[in-house]
Design a protein around this ligand. Structure first.
Ligand code: HEM
Ligand code: HEM
Length: 222
């Protein structure tokens, strides 16, 4: 039992700090690297960039069904949007998390009602199952899928599955909570160093594609 307690203290104490520091410093480094590579190799990109075309593209892609690609794949569109909305609001607005931010830094903000938190969690888990089935079943997707896609999906799903079990308190609360905190830490550390870094790059990618289409091809990119 003592070992269990010291494991809990370690995972919920120093390891949270390590995860946040790696996440923040790693993310800053990745964005810095992106710009330094552009400066070194493809400086002409700045001549293409346009605020108007960037914003136009970002707005079209951030609204469900506003782009042709979203309309062509309705199931994937709904799944992607629900998944990402849950992924952003749960870490930031779950009551249990905000309490932890408050304990650490004395700041707090609006929180999701508890009943809604369970629903959002189950929706995100369902979305992960849809992503998984899509990769297992659709031939054209299966063809380009590698084991790393499943690993990344598991990394993204794990905090939701473990968080849900911890919250239900069916059995062994501490066990699920330790797994939950560990899985949350893995997500944070994985964001700068895996393809989950699309979170950091998405805005720049869209801005670039939007500007290239608008300024050079004189076409829409949605
Ligand atoms: C890394 C630090 C993290 C810590 C210390 C932490 C801590 C907690 C705690 C204490 C709970 C409450 C369990 C209960 O109800 O008693 C919880 C629940 C939860 N957390 Fe986290 N968490 C972390 C990261 C994350 C991340 C990154 C995500 C999502 C990507 C996440 C998603 C959830 C979800 C979905 C629940 C369950 C909500 C429900 O079903 O009501 N957590 N977390
Ligand atoms: C907040 C900024 C983010 C944006 C704008 C974004 C955008 C996207 C887009 C456009 C897709 C492709 C969907 C498709 O193929 O139709 C995607 C897929 C995905 N994203 Fe994100 N994302 C963000 C953050 C995250 C984070 C923080 C995670 C995980 C922690 C994540 C996990 C995933 C996963 C697992 C998939 C792919 C599912 C699959 O095809 O197997 N995303 N994201």
């Amino acid at each position: 039992m003592d070992d269990f307690n010291s494991l809990y203290n370690f995972v919920s104490g120093p390891l949270v700090w390590v995860a946040f520091i790696v996440f923040i410093c790693g993310s800053i480094y990745r964005i810095y690297r992106l710009f330094s590579l552009v400066n070194k190799k493809e400086k002409f990109i700045y001549t293409i960039m346009s605020f108007k075309y960037s914003l136009r593209s970002i707005i079209h892609w951030i609204i469900p069904f506003a782009s042709l690609n979203w309309r062509k794949h309705p199931v994937m569109t709904v799944t992607t949007f629900l998944f990402h909305i849950g992924l952003v609001i749960m870490p930031l607005f779950l009551g249990a998390h905000v309490i932890l931010f408050n304990d650490a830094w004395g700041i707090s903000w609006w929180t999701l009602p508890d009943g809604l938190a369970d629903t959002v969690t189950l929706i995100v888990i369902t979305c992960c199952v849809v992503f998984l089935l899509r990769r297992l079943v659709l031939r054209e997707v299966k063809y380009v899928t590698t084991p790393s896609d499943f690993v990344l999906l598991a990394i993204a799903a794990a905090p939701f599955i473990t968080g849900f079990f911890a919250d239900q308190q069916y059995c062994n609360y501490r066990f699920w909570l330790i797994l939950h905190i560990l899985s949350g830490e893995i997500v944070l550390v994985a964001i700068p160093f895996t393809r989950l870094s699309h979170m950091l790059y998405a805005v720049f990618t869209r801005a670039y594609i939007g500007s290239e289409f608008g300024n050079i091809r004189h076409a829409r990119d949605w």
